[in-house]
Design a protein around this ligand. Structure first.
Ligand SMILES: Cc1ncc(COP(=O)(O)O)c(C=O)c1O
Length: 453
């Protein structure tokens, strides 16, 4: 679909609007180079202190964005510029201030409502669903929009439970993360994220792939078989991240998943793939397609880079109408921008083995390897795929990893971590806009920070 056809899906406000919009976009483009910071440094520090009081805890780093950015760079409220490789934990795949996305957002913001729902909706609701489903893995017939990843996962859980006659249990991987609602916190493999919460249903944990253990795949398969033998009849689904996120960006090969999913199929247990983190970031829109697993998957959830979330499933999983709904289906701007992101990824050379995302992966790996040669012992465990890559700093102690991230932040590079003990640094590449020079600059900062480490 070309841009003209794309814009045909949006409301035509006439020539006055188009003229104003052009002026506005010019002004925004200029401001990206010349905007004055909204706050003095002391005021930003005071605001962050007051914010910490309101939240009941300080922010992870002293980041308060000005609202101005260009590509991988964002301006902080006090005027400092940073390179953002955290992206709100993987949300801003096109970085900051992308004028195409801002134009889409302005057009959507000019429509009559800020929020859309499941009873009354405008065309953005339909167009987003239609675009998402156009590129969805084979076999996905239906979708339902929601706001957060955890919302989509809650809907998925209800759908698989209904399909399985109310069976409550779930099989999940060790190290998994599926969100922070009550049910998702129970499935997520982080007891410290559910302190004081009751356990209300069985969660059977099977080990995720470990590339250092030759028997890893066989051990997991044997554990899955054992769980199915013991409690397969009490289980509603097997839930899987195909690339683990919160645990560090940990990949597994297709051959790891296929026998597990086949085993589930034989036992009548639906396979649910959580692509909330992987959506749009592995070099394909769906990791399910990257690993060619579509034939095994019954239900998929997406979020983050979509700017909202959705559950998609096979026709046979259609829920009873009363099961899944809610007031909101998304913000109008987020829906339009989410759809534009899909169109840009699919139409502008980002996907596939030769696409920009995999190209950036290869360049980032080369930078990491060079850095590891320069600083022997400082960098190890390079992992991940596409725009999600990770590595360990030193022995991976959480304290040292966080201290290194703080140091990089002060030097102008925003990073985030994953895993626990050992922890890793996760690089969320703003692959939609990242230039080769900006990537090199990020690695110069890493190099400087390692030298002083
Ligand atoms: C794999 C996965 N599932 C679910 C979630 C939850 O998404 P949200 O934070 O939007 O609720 C996340 C968030 O990090 C995630 O990575």
């Amino acid at each position: 679909m070309d841009v003209a056809e794309d814009l045909a899906g949006q409301l035509d406000f006439g020539p006055k609007f188009e003229q104003g919009l052009r002026l506005m976009l010019d002004a925004i483009g200029e401001a990206q180079n010349e905007a004055a910071p909204p706050l003095a440094p002391q005021q930003m520090a005071l605001d962050l202190r007051d914010l910490a009081k309101l939240r009941g805890r300080p922010p992870f780093y002293p980041y308060l964005g000005a609202g101005v950015g260009r590509g991988a760079r964002a301006m902080l409220a006090d005027g400092r510029w940073v390179l953002d490789f955290a992206l709100g934990i993987g949300v801003h795949l096109f970085g900051h201030g992308n004028l195409d996305l801002i134009e889409t957002a302005i057009r959507a913001a000019a429509s009559d409502i800020a929020m859309q729902g499941n009873l009354i909706f405008n065309r953005e609701y339909f167009l987003l669903m239609q675009t998402l489903m156009r590129y969805a893995p084979r076999g996905m017939d239906r979708c339902w929009l929601a706001l957060s990843g955890a919302d989509a996962n809650e809907n998925a859980l209800k759908i698989v439970r209904q399909k399985r006659g109310g069976r409550p249990g779930v099989i999940a991987f060790t190290g998994c993360f599926h969100g922070r609602t009550s049910a998702m916190a129970e499935i997520t493999d982080r007891p410290d994220y559910r302190l004081g919460q009751p356990s209300t249903f069985p969660v059977h944990r099977v080990p995720f792939f470990n590339r250092h253990e030759p028997d890893s795949a066989a051990t997991t398969l044997a554990t899955v078989r054992d769980v199915i033998r013991r409690d397969g009849d009490g289980v509603c689904a097997f839930i899987a991240e195909l690339v683990q996120g919160e645990a560090g960006f940990i990949t597994a090969p297709r051959e790891f998943f296929v026998p597990i999913f086949e085993e589930c199929r034989r036992a009548g247990i639906p396979v649910w793939v959580d692509e909330i983190q992987t959506f749009a970031r592995t070099g394909e829109l769906f990791a399910t397609d990257l690993l060619e697993l579509a034939d095994y998957v019954d239900i998929i959830t997406v979020g983050k880079a979509l700017q909202g979330s959705a559950v998609m499933h096979r026709e046979g999983f259609a829920p009873d109408p009363g099961l899944v709904s809610g007031t909101f289906s998304g913000a109008t701007v987020a829906m339009a921008v989410g759809r534009r992101i899909i169109e840009k990824l699919a139409g502008e050379g980002y996907l596939g083995p030769a696409g920009r995302i995999r190209q950036l992966e290869r360049m980032t790996r080369a930078h990491l390897e060079e850095l590891s040669r320069k600083h022997p012992g400082a960098i190890s465990e390079i992992n991940g795929v596409g725009a999600m890559l990770s590595f360990r700093i030193g022995n991976g102690s959480l304290k040292a990893t966080r201290a290194f991230i703080e140091k990089c932040f002060r030097a102008g590079l925003v990073l985030y971590y994953g895993g626990h003990e050992p922890a890793c640094i996760r690089l969320f590449l703003p692959a939609g806009d990242l230039t080769d020079a900006e990537l090199a600059e990020a690695f110069e900062i890493l190099d400087r920070c390692l030298r002083g480490a």
